[in-house]
Ligand binder design. Structure first.
Ligand SMILES: [Zn+2]
Ligand SMILES: [Zn+2]
Length: 196
């Protein structure tokens, strides 16, 4: 690819492991969010991201915005939607970004490649080239072709709280007490409760 990538894009690709349409979309969403929220260089935990899917895009969002699971400022809602809400705790501003790029899976060439793949043909090189072409198109597309951005007034989800941990009476490992299950009067962890 002939792109001159910005440093932060190259680093995002390194973090994720490859460039793909999903990562490119996440990168564009994250950059738009930083601009809209006046947070080009976000400080620790200044931003909160609420993501409604767990696709490749979320890796770009974590890397660019600094919102991560470990810090508690990345919140995953398993809705399967390409929607991302960002809050700036410093200013109180928030935006909802709905990504709506039609040019990848709706491209007839994508369906054609999938069809050939299903018949057992090895199309991995063509698929890879197709994905690179789409990622490149996404990186240079007009923002309005990729997403809708609206301001929101809802407050951010509450900050991660430190919770008590308790011992599971089956495996003996510690877990957060709010995740406990009860079995015949004993407190046990979720994995043990699911072993039946
Ligand atoms: Zn990917
Ligand atoms: Zn257990």
């Amino acid at each position: 690819m002939s792109h001159q990538f910005d440093d932060d894009l190259r680093e995002t690709i390194q973090f994720h492991g490859h460039l793909c349409p999903g990562l490119a979309l996440g990168y564009r969403v994250a950059k738009a969010a930083l601009r809209e929220l006046d947070a080009e260089r976000p400080g620790d935990e200044e931003l909160v991201a609420v993501v409604e899917n767990d696709s490749c895009a979320v890796d770009a969002i974590q890397f660019i915005t600094g919102c991560t699971f470990g810090k508690g400022n990345l919140v995953f809602r398993d809705y399967g939607k390409h929607v991302y809400t960002f809050h700036n705790r410093r200013t109180g501003a928030a935006v909802r970004i709905s990504e709506d790029y039609q040019g990848f899976r709706n491209d007839p060439r994508y369906r054609e490649l999938r069809k050939r793949m299903d018949t057992g043909e090895n199309v991995s090189r063509e698929m890879q080239a197709f994905k690179m072409e789409k990622a490149s198109a996404i990186l240079s597309a007009e923002e309005a072709e990729l997403m809708r951005i609206t301001a929101v007034t809802a407050p951010p989800p509450s900050e991660a709280r430190i919770r008590q941990s308790v011992l599971c009476s089956i495996c003996g490992e510690r877990f957060m007490e709010t995740r406990g299950r009860e079995l015949q009067g004993r407190i046990i962890c979720i994995p043990c409760s699911e072993k039946g």
